[in-house]
Design a protein around this ligand. Structure first.
Ligand code: OGA
Ligand code: MN
Length: 294
């Protein structure tokens, strides 16, 4: 099948035809998908009625998997999915929605803040692939923002100011923003900050992008309040509607995004309803910045 892509967002995001994830990809399909990601940064595939093994096989045909270990508040005994999946659902291991005040649910609400996946890891994620297995009756869109267009639209002074800056990212910083602060000592150790460059250059297209994320909580060498206010201004700039595409989910949709070039956020939905979303993630190819000495 020939892969065809039609742009659906304001400056990015494409809808893909000609891919059936139940079958192995041909080499020219793999090349077309990578080229599509380089160009559109978000790709939407409809009607992919696949199981977890097929999602995993499709993901692996595009690169190396990033494991989801120790990145949520689920204990290993509470996993619903294997560690090759990030469980982005609101469901416990028995497929029941978490209670409204369940700590794991409240931690997951952090996904409603604009972020880039795994920016809290030294080697952050490349692509994320999210498959809709169960949807609520309303709400629950996912929004994407184009960080290349956001970079391009900065004024020259700001472009000079962000160049070379390094931020510290942690899941504690994103959760602090929504008042989730009761981390255990063990969690504080697990979620200790890592460093990321604030400006990234795409290895294929050479385009620059703002590497922002709710996980960013400081800028190396800056006073914290000034850094947070500056990052907040950048996020506000980068998420103006002309840089944003909202995806309204249908069952069987698989949406793939490039975390190096976009941010995304989940939108709310009724707490008592199930939203079964399963994410596979492709590993990035290295750190974006030198780390602080331990
Ligand atoms: C994710 C994520 C948003 C959503 O899968 O990484 O942030 O709408 N998902 O579930
Ligand atoms: Mn995410």
């Amino acid at each position: 099948m020939t892969v065809a892509i039609r742009q659906i967002g304001p400056c990015f995001a494409g809808e893909v035809a000609g891919v059936d994830m139940r079958r192995p990809l041909e080499p020219d399909q793999v090349a077309a998908i990578h080229a599509g990601m380089d160009k559109y940064a978000v790709l939407v595939f409809h009607d992919q009625n696949i199981d977890d093994a097929q999602q995993l096989a499709f993901t692996r045909s595009l690169g190396e998997i990033e494991q989801a270990i120790g990145t949520s508040l689920r204990a290993a005994s509470e996993y619903r999915l294997p560690t090759t999946f990030a469980d982005v659902s609101n469901l416990d291991q028995h497929d029941k929605p978490f209670a409204r005040d369940d700590r794991r649910r409240l931690f997951g609400i952090g996904n409603r803040l604009w972020h880039s996946d795994s920016s809290f890891k030294i080697v952050p994620a490349k692509y994320s692939l999210l498959h809709a297995v169960g949807l609520p009756s309303k709400g629950g869109n996912t929004e994407f923002a184009d960080m290349r267009a956001a970079y391009d639209a900065l004024d020259e002074d700001t472009k000079r100011e962000v160049e070379g800056l390094v931020c510290e990212h942690s899941q504690m910083f994103s959760r602090q923003q929504i008042g989730f602060t009761d981390f255990t000592d063990q969690e504080r150790q697990r979620f200790r900050p890592v460093r990321q460059s604030l400006v990234r250059t795409h290895p294929v297209t050479g385009r620059k992008s703002l590497y922002l994320s709710s996980h960013a909580g400081s800028i190396v060498g800056w006073p914290i309040p000034e850094a947070r206010a500056f990052l907040r201004d950048l996020v506000e700039h980068a998420t103006q509607r002309q840089f944003v595409h909202a995806h309204q989910w249908r069952l069987g949709d698989l949406v793939m995004w490039d975390n190096r070039q976009t941010m995304h956020r989940a939108r709310p939905f009724p707490a008592e309803e199930a939203r079964d979303m399963r994410r596979t993630t492709l590993a990035g190819d290295g750190p974006t910045a030198a780390q602080a000495a331990a």
